[in-house]
Design a protein around this ligand. Sequence first.
Ligand SMILES: NC(=O)c1ccc[n+]([C@@H]2O[C@H](COP(=O)([O-])OP(=O)(O)OC[C@H]3O[C@@H](n4cnc5c(N)ncnc54)[C@H](O)[C@@H]3O)[C@@H](O)[C@H]2O)c1
Length: 437
Amino acid sequence: MTAPLEIAPAHGKLGVLLVGLGAVSTTTIAGVCAIRKGLAPPIGSLTQMGTIRLGRRSEGRVPRIRDFVPLADLNDIVFGGWDIFEEDCYAAARTAGVLEARQLEQVRAELEAVRPMPAVFDRRYVRRLDGPNVKKGKNKRDLAEQVVADIRGFKEKHGCDRLVMVWCGSTEVYMKPADVHATIASFEKGLDASDEAIPSSMIYAYAAIREGIPFANAAPNLTADIPALLQLAARTRAPLAGNDMKTGQTLMKTIIAPGLKARLLGVRGWYSTNILGNRDGEVLDDPESFKTKEESKKSALDYIFQPQLYPELYKDLCHVVRINYYPPRGDNKEGWDNIDLVGWLGYPMQLKINFLCRDSILAAPIVLDSALFLDLARRAGMSGIQEWLSFYFKAPMHAPEVYPEHDLFIQLMKLKNTLRYMRGEQLITHLGREYYD
Ligand SMILES: NC(=O)c1ccc[n+]([C@@H]2O[C@H](COP(=O)([O-])OP(=O)(O)OC[C@H]3O[C@@H](n4cnc5c(N)ncnc54)[C@H](O)[C@@H]3O)[C@@H](O)[C@H]2O)c1
């Protein structure tokens, strides 16, 4: 056992700043408002419903996570954010069409109070969208300073003690790390020169991290996952998490694949297709935005199956991912997976998964949990990449010398052990010899 970390208490208000007030953000905000009023249960949220076992199994110590670590109370959260559309959160939630009108009415006043600040936006990075609520600036540095001013203004106006920022904006076009991303100095020079390799999401991330504010990326964009912003986070002690929330099909993949691998069943092919009709689906209909998503979605299986260690089982795996924009379905995505398995002596089998899910219903608790856990990390003095939050992400941020952990069950163990570590409780290895010796 180690000494517990010193964790500052969660006094005062926590401002949760969401970039992009679309389907995911409005479902998160409306959900938190409804939960606060006791109108709905926080299903899917580990911070609100999860428990954690402490000590030996025989001790029976299993507190709720929110009673074990000092998390911000939902009543102390104030939401704010930016969008390229001027609609307030109530109107945006109606447009998104995720929650029923009846339910939105119950929290209408709270939602109407959240009005988007003008966005940093450039169609070069999200080609299928355009909107009027956009900042003007002489260069990207100027835009970043405007976001910093928004952050400070919000904090003051709402009397917030602490802030967290989550990118819930659209998926930007595919981008690889470039020279301008290498150091803080090169990045700031790039802001001055409005370098093309700095998309809007990086400008928000830069502003948050420079202010020492925890930042999470709910989308697959590079955003904060570049050396310059990691260095900046080390300097300002900002905790980071991302990328791309693990919700529908990839969540199922990282539940099923570890099971197949555990039983050493081979996999020859995994064909995944989706139909999706919300604005996210429309943006992903652009091949450049889809490529960003595809890269993020495809990596999980390679890391879980470890074909380099099990070439006979997974070397030639054919993994295909498709997303088709199909408006009639709105936010209610349908995913199909066909998995071609190989068993004993090489005999083939098939597994089919048909997941009729609701994208933003699966995403909202992740936004809430990552905001609350990042705020906890900040108060516990933990900065930079928070690998223990990999649990929530499709393409988890990780140190350059290690591969990302994708197995949902290992991720959960890592998350809970991190909480035990923070509180100076024994880590749980599941060895369990003590019950039999
Ligand atoms: N299950 C899920 O819903 C899920 C899972 C993983 C990742 N994501 C990602 O989360 C993001 C949000 O998803 P969504 O369903 O809410 O999409 P959405 O289209 O409903 O909302 C995105 C919002 O971001 C706004 N936006 C775009 N660029 C912006 C900018 N530069 N500044 C401010 N606002 C900007 C758009 O106007 C839109 O209102 C997407 O990138 C999506 O790929 C969603």
